[in-house]
Design a binder for this molecule. Structure first.
Ligand code: CFM
Length: 543
């Protein structure tokens, strides 16, 4: 790909920082990078947000309960805390599921202990015990998971002791998470805590040997807007057995048997790399980074999986599937590219999508002029090569690092050292992720934990054709006359994964970028009135 230098980053950075108090400017300057692919650039990430700054971030509880465990349908997810925490994390992430013949699906329920002032004063353990019993009596689930909210940590309820007691009493799996909202600096801490507990209490408890010759787990795919359904279908048509997905459209049985897969494929590196590393150490399953966002990226990922297994029949089948899928994708690209090529995009999302979605945009010729994560770590920006150099600060030290050893009976090396060497000699990389920065254009801006103020300055300067972020940013950006695509929930759209998803995405972006409607809207604070007659005429024309 030809690389074009994007102009103006340096002056934008200095002008934006100039408005901050000196200390804030000094701190923020380390998290704003003008990309220079020739230099080794270091970005500050995974540090506390400066008080007073409007951040996009969420809390630790959200990362644990909502993100990692949320998409699993047959574990009762019980929030121990005031009702708001459970209520506002209920079904808002658009992770979907298909309950299948056994039918257990608790996703549509909101379970909470509904803590009151009285429980804060006298303790909430009794109420938690009652809530677990009540949930068990009504639903008889296979497992109950307890999620701690801020007050639980502050008053010192021992959710783990209650979990042990109720596990014994009920004879089902009950486990707790110390994922109080304030732990760590963002939802990233919640991912780590979730990974630890799911590894300790669930992974490896099953003994159902999965069928099939090519058995994989998909890690860090959460079935937002139906993405996992597309990937499941693709793998199935290639003859690849999906033992477990962490955790889109998953069940607890799948997690329990996941240690019998022969390869772990990581989609979202940020949220789940811990499980991959621990499974490798304990059970001998190697992991690779894949990405099913983008048609080319999907093809590349399927080929990578086939290369790992090194089976001619599998390779042929994968090629066949890619060929069939690519036809319609190319047609749509041909149609929309002339209308989208060269247009500017900005993405400020989470801990992996701000990178992955750049592939989709580049397939239709759009240019990412600025991107950043909310809560990723330096390795998600600069690649895993920087892992040994990341400073572990007090906030990260707060989160437990499990000590994992090879399982004396169940560890099984999936490849011989010779097989591994030959894979590597053919350019195959195991256990690696290069991060977002090396793939971005020179001069583009990389900004970690972007503030609302910085967002506005970016938009004023570059006037992008589309801005990607989340619900908190959406309406301010639209009021500035810029189409805004939510990449967390996908608004009401999706799936966007795989080839079929790419087509959906291209069509949606084409519609958003090429409608004139946003240019006719004037922000309420601009002092100008929107021309309601024009807007009305436009809407009726379009209808
Ligand atoms: Fe991974 Fe995610 Fe993301 Fe994430 Fe998330 Fe999400 Fe996200 Mo919202 S696990 S890091 S914590 S890909 S909920 S499905 S969209 S911020 S970029």
């Amino acid at each position: 790909m030809m690389r074009k230098t994007i102009q103006g980053g340096d002056s934008l950075k200095s002008n934006t920082l100039a408005k901050y108090p000196t200390k804030v400017a000094r701190k923020r300057s380390k998290s704003i990078l003008v990309n220079d692919p020739e230099a080794t650039s270091e970005i500050q990430a995974n540090v506390r947000t400066i008080p007073g700054i409007l951040t996009q971030r969420g809390c630790c509880y959200a990362g644990c309960k909502g993100v990692v465990l949320g998409p699993t349908r047959d574990i009762i997810n019980l929030t121990h805390g005031p009702i708001g925490c459970g209520y506002y994390s209920w079904l808002t992430r658009r992770n979907q599921t298909r309950p299948g013949p056994e039918g257990d699906n608790y996703m549509t329920y909101c379970f909470s202990t509904d803590m009151q002032d009285e429980n804060i004063v006298f303790g909430g353990e009794k109420k938690l015990r009652q809530a677990i019993q009540e949930a068990y009596d009504i639903f008889h689930p296979k497992a109950i998971a307890i999620f701690s909210t801020c007050p639980v940590g502050l008053i010192g309820d021992d959710v783990h002791a209650v979990a042990r007691e109720m596990k014994e009493k009920l004879g089902i799996n009950v486990f707790g998470f110390s994922c109080e909202g304030y732990k760590g600096v963002s939802q990233s801490a919640g991912h780590h805590i979730a990974n630890n507990q799911i590894f300790k209490h669930v992974v490896g408890r099953g003994d159902q040997e999965p069928q099939g010759k090519f058995r994989i787990n998909m890690l860090g795919e959460y079935n937002i807007g139906g993405d996992a359904f597309v990937i499941e279908d693709l793998l199935d048509r290639c003859g690849i057995t999906l033992v477990s997905t962490f955790s889109g459209n998953s069940t607890i049985d799948q997690f329990e048997n996941s240690h019998m897969a022969d390869l772990n494929c990581i989609m979202c590196h940020r949220s789940i790399n811990y499980v991959a590393d621990m499974m490798e150490t304990k059970f001998g399953i190697p992991w690779i980074k894949v990405n099913f966002i983008g048609a080319e990226a999907s093809a590349k990922s399927l080929r990578k999986i086939a290369q790992y297994f090194g089976d001619d029949q599998l390779t042929a089948r994968v090629e066949q599937v890619i060929e069939v899928e690519m036809g319609p994708v190319k047609k749509v690209i041909e149609e929309v590219k002339p209308r989208l090529e060269g247009k500017k995009v900005m993405l400020f999302v989470g801990g992996s999508r701000a990178h992955h979605y750049q592939y989709l945009f580049s397939e239709v010729g759009m240019v990412t002029v600025a991107a950043g994560y909310e809560f990723a770590h330096r390795d998600d920006y600069e690649g895993r090569k920087v892992l040994p150099f990341i400073k572990v600060d007090a906030d990260s030290r707060n989160i437990e690092e499990l000590e994992v050893k090879p399982d004396p009976e169940r560890y099984r090396a999936r490849k011989t050292p010779e097989e591994l060497a030959s894979l590597e000699a053919n350019g195959f990389t195991l256990k690696d992720y290069d991060g977002m920065i090396p793939e971005m254009e020179p001069g583009s801006l990389v900004i970690d934990d972007i503030s609302q103020y910085e967002t506005e300055k970016l938009i004023e300067k570059y006037k992008p054709a589309v801005f990607c972020a989340g619900i908190k940013e959406k309406y301010i950006i639209q009021k500035m006359g810029i189409p805004m695509k939510q990449l967390h929930s996908y608004d009401y759209g999706g799936p966007f994964a795989g080839f079929r998803g790419a087509i959906n995405f291209f069509r949606e972006i084409d519609r958003m970028v090429n409608t004139r409607i946003w240019r006719l809207v004037k922000a309420p604070w601009s002092g100008e009135e929107s021309d309601s007659k024009i807007v009305a005429r436009y809407v009726s024309d379009a209808a």
